[in-house]
Write a protein that binds this ligand. Structure first.
Ligand SMILES: C[S@@+](CC[C@H](N)C(=O)[O-])C[C@H]1O[C@@H](n2cnc3c(N)ncnc32)[C@H](O)[C@@H]1O
Length: 403
């Protein structure tokens, strides 16, 4: 007998699936079928079924004692985008890192009874929760392990995993993900680099990985062996901050002093409309072109008091040297209604030069990369023998390039 709760959750699920298909988030019939089958609300009993299906963001399922969220079940749109990017097929052997239960169930639907899904989480509370919910919903064949997903898994299949799906924000690609990924395998991973966060789907290109899909997304940071907190330089207390990753040198006091001095503005003649959605791509392209590169972020209050130019909430590309810095800014394009113009604001002794470094890069992007789709990220294991030229982003286990 179908209860009212099940009937209404089935309606909610159907509405969610239709919405995801209508918006183009779900593209393939297999992903659509998996979403129609998995009872998402049973994996987030912490919230009402309507929130499970309709909330546009993740549902947090565990908080640390200081209130920080440490685990969640990701939003439906993000599950869908990552499943599409993974290009799964029946019979595949899949490793999921970070266990909410829901995504593992979707993966199990996609690979079918002939495939296998193993989910690893570092937190025993989370694996206990995932195991219980997967059993209650009938996904008993999903294996759940407690452990650090950055380390090799003892019971990886011979030849490696066909897919590794990481669902926690990583600052590196540990060796295990290269060595345990099968020939022809694909890795989907939320990666932080130079203050940016993107989820990439990678496939092998010889001995390194090449991205073929980029998703703008935020994830809870990875814990354990690969945990890495970004360095933050406070330019104006906590109100204006510069995020510096990968050990790039930055003198806190000198940059703070530079920021408190007068500024210059340079405008590039490069225009955008709000609807083009090009800024996230530009940010990744600049991160692979400029060195050093970081992200300047400012509070609303700092913006209102004129401490910074017009920067978006997600932050602005920034460059610096020993005693000066410059960051990317926007303005309404003079004499071009409906358009924004990109430019740079510089502070410190070398403010003019650094601002020109940014505006020159903007002009190069406009001329050579703007129409080329998502920038391509390549990931080279540092233990390998390949050494790419140009600007490289140095991680403990991997070296990234962007083109
Ligand atoms: C966003 S949640 C996972 C979402 C889940 N896959 C779902 O169904 O939506 C991220 C999880 O990653 C886990 N995690 C963090 N660092 C980890 C690590 N080094 N190895 C394995 N799991 C880790 C956290 O404990 C947390 O439960």
């Amino acid at each position: 007998m179908t209860t009212d709760v099940e009937a209404s959750s089935a309606d909610l699920r159907e509405r969610m699936v239709r919405g995801l298909v209508a918006r183009g988030t779900i593209e393939s019939p297999d992903v659509e079928a998996a979403f129609r089958t998995v009872p998402r609300h049973r994996f987030v009993p912490e919230v009402m079924a309507a929130d499970a299906y309709e909330a546009p963001e993740a549902v947090f399922t565990k908080h640390a004692t200081d209130g920080r969220p440490v685990s969640s079940v990701s939003a439906p749109w993000l599950h869908a985008r990552m499943l599409e990017a993974a290009r799964l097929a029946r019979g595949m052997r899949v490793l999921e890192i970070g266990s909410g239960g829901c995504n593992a169930a979707l993966l199990a639907e996609m690979v079918g009874p002939g495939g296998s899904v193993t989910s690893v989480d570092i937190d025993p509370d989370i694996t206990g929760r995932a195991r219980r919910l997967l059993d209650e919903t009938g996904y008993t064949r999903v294996r759940v392990h407690t452990g650090d997903g950055a380390k090799p898994l003892a019971d990886a299949p011979p030849g490696g995993w066909d897919r590794i799906i990481v669902t926690t924000g990583s600052a590196d690609l540990p060796d295990a993900w290269f060595s345990q990924l099968a020939d022809g395998g694909r890795l989907v991973v939320p990666l932080r680099f130079r203050g940016l966060a993107r989820t990439f789907a990678f496939a092998w290109e010889g001995a390194h990985l090449r991205s073929y899909t980029t998703i703008v997304s935020g994830f809870l940071a990875m814990q354990g062996q690969s945990a890495h907190a970004p360095r933050v330089v406070q330019l104006a207390d906590a109100e204006v901050r510069l995020t510096v990753d990968e050990g790039q040198p930055a003198d806190d006091l000198a940059l703070r002093t530079a920021f408190s001095a007068s500024r210059c503005e340079k405008w590039s003649g490069v225009h955008l409309t709000g609807s083009e959605g090009l800024l996230p791509r530009l940010d990744v392209w600049l991160a692979g072109t400029l060195a050093p590169y970081g992200r300047l972020r400012a509070t609303q209050g700092a913006a209102e008091r004129g401490l910074v130019g017009w920067v978006l909430g997600t932050g602005a590309a920034a460059v610096w040297n020993d005693e000066s810095l410059a960051y990317l800014a926007l303005r309404n394009a003079p004499a071009k209604p409906g358009y924004f113009e990109l430019g740079a604001i510089g502070h410190g002794l070398d403010r003019e030069d650094l601002a020109v470094t940014l505006t020159d890069a903007l002009a190069r992007w406009d001329a050579t990369a703007r129409g080329c789709g998502e920038p391509v990220v390549r990931a080279y294991p540092r233990r390998g023998t390949e050494h790419p030229g140009g600007v490289t982003i140095e991680k403990p286990s991997t070296r990234l390039t962007v083109s």
